[in-house]
Design a protein around this ligand. Structure first.
Ligand SMILES: Nc1ncnc2c1ncn2[C@@H]1O[C@H](COP(=O)(O)OP(=O)(O)OP(=O)(O)O)[C@@H](O)[C@H]1O
Ligand SMILES: [Mg+2]
Length: 244
C-alpha cells in the first residue's frame, strides 16, 4: 500500500437492520487532500463518515484508515472528529471541554494550553472559553466541536457538517486553516450542503440514494458535465441516476 494513503474505502456496503444505506462506495484519500462528501439529507454521508471512523462495522467491503483496517479503537486517538450532533459537556466550560478531549486524544499535559489557544483561535472562541457550554449559542457549540477536532493536531480530520452555524467571515478563516493543514499533509474529509465548501475541496464524492453518482476534482466534474457550477453537476448526475 502507498504510504501516502490516509483512507481507503473499497466496495463498501452499509446499512441499518434491513435498510441498505450505502452501496458499492469506493474512495481513496491521500495525505494532504481535502475530500468533500455532498448529497441530499438522508443520502448516507454521516453513515459513511461513521464507518470510516470505525463507529459502524462495514457490512461488506473494506475500510482502512492510516494503513489499518477499521473498526480499530486505538486509531480513534489519531483522528480529529467533529460529529454532526455536538457531543459536549454542557456543565463544563469551553476550556474544560477542550482540556478533557485533549487528554483523551493523548495531548501531553505541557502542550494542552498552547494547543487550546491554537484551536480556540481558529474558531474565534477565546473570549467564551471560561463560560459553561450550556450558555453557548448553537453556532458557538459547533465552533467548540470543531476546535475539539483540531486540538490534538491529528493527521486525519473527519468533519461532519463543520460549517453549519459558522458565519461567512469565520468560514473563510476556517477554510484558510483547513488548507494550511492540508499543505502540511493532513488528510481531511468533510460533509457539507454548502456548494461553496464543495468548491474549496480537492476532490468531491457526490452521494445520492446511497450510491456514488459523481466523483472527481471540482474542475474535472464541471468539465465532464459541461457546466460552471458544482450544483449543476450534482443535479445533472442525479438526473442520470434517475434515468437508469
Ligand atoms: N442510527 C441509525 N439507525 C437507523 N437508521 C439510520 C441511523 N442513522 C441513519 N439512518 C438512516 O440512514 C440513512 C442515511 O442517513 P445519514 O445520517 O447517513 O444521512 P446524511 O447524508 O448524513 O443526511 P444529513 O444531510 O441529513 O445529515 C437515512 O435513511 C437514515 O434514516
Ligand atoms: Mg449527516
Amino acid at each position: 500500500m502507498q504510504t501516502n494513503q490516509a483512507v481507503q474505502v473499497s466496495a463498501l456496503t452499509q446499512g441499518y437492520g434491513k435498510q441498505i444505506v450505502l452501496k458499492d462506495i469506493n474512495l481513496t484519500l491521500n495525505h494532504g487532500q481535502i475530500l468533500a462528501l455532498i448529497g441530499p439529507s438522508g443520502a448516507g454521508k454521516t453513515t459513511l463518515v461513521s464507518t470510516i471512523m470505525g463507529m459502524l462495522r462495514p457490512r461488506t467491503g473494506q475500510v482502512s484508515v492510516l494503513g489499518q483496517a477499521v473498526p480499530n479503537r486505538p486509531l480513534l486517538a489519531k483522528i480529529g472528529f467533529m460529529a454532526q450532533t455536538d457531543a459536549l459537556y454542557e456543565s463544563l466550560t469551553g476550556a474544560e471541554n477542550l482540556t478533557f478531549f485533549a487528554k483523551m486524544q493523548g495531548v501531553p499535559h505541557a502542550q494542552i494550553a498552547k494547543q487550546m489557544a491554537y484551536a480556540a483561535n481558529v474558531v474565534n472562541l477565546q473570549p467564551a472559553l471560561k463560560q459553561p457550554v450550556k450558555d453557548y449559542s448553537g453556532g458557538m457549540k459547533r465552533r467548540l466541536s470543531l476546535a475539539i477536532a483540531l486540538i490534538s493536531q491529528p493527521q486525519l480530520l473527519i468533519l461532519d457538517e463543520p460549517t453549519v452555524g459558522i458565519d461567512p467571515e469565520l468560514r473563510q478563516q476556517v477554510w484558510h486553516e483547513l488548507h494550511r493543514l492540508a499543505d502540511q499533509g493532513v488528510a481531511i474529509i468533510l460533509t457539507t450542503h454548502v456548494m461553496a465548501d464543495a468548491e474549496e475541496a480537492d476532490t468531491l464524492l457526490m452521494i445520492r440514494n446511497g450510491t456514488a453518482i459523481a466523483q472527481g476534482t471540482p474542475a474535472q466534474l464541471k468539465a465532464d458535465y459541461q457546466t460552471d457550477s458544482i450544483e449543476a453537476v450534482f443535479l445533472a448526475a442525479g438526473r442520470q441516476q434517475d434515468a437508469h
